[in-house]
Design a protein around this ligand. Structure first.
Ligand SMILES: [Zn+2]
Length: 104
């Protein structure tokens, strides 16, 4: 069984050599949502995602965010208010006070 472990270890070592860095993969995953990647980028991305659960998870999260944004285009395009409303400001102040009381 040790030979199987050695082969697996060597295979993953070779795959890791072909795999781009996590930083590059993060950019590629964002780019892939809107543009077609080159064949080498696609392969590098696939190899990396086999090996890296964090980038795999990140890819799923940004795909989810994009899907939600596309399903609510009106809300995404709404302008963000520059200031909080008075009610929101009071709500936040109260939550902070409650939190400080609990942690004291
Ligand atoms: Zn990664």
């Amino acid at each position: 069984m040790n030979w199987l472990g050695n082969i697996t270890k060597r295979l993953f070592g070779r795959l890791a050599e072909l795999s781009p860095s996590c930083k590059t993969v993060a950019r590629l995953q964002s780019k892939a949502l809107e543009h077609k990647l080159t064949l080498s980028q696609q392969w590098g991305l696939r190899i990396h995602l086999i090996l890296c659960k964090w980038c795999n998870r990140y890819g799923k999260q940004i795909a989810f965010i994009q899907a939600v944004a596309q399903s609510h285009p009106d809300e995404v395009s709404m302008p963000v208010p520059e200031q909080l409303s008075e009610a929101a400001r009071k709500r936040i102040q109260q939550k902070l006070r409650d939190h400080l009381k609990l942690s004291a």
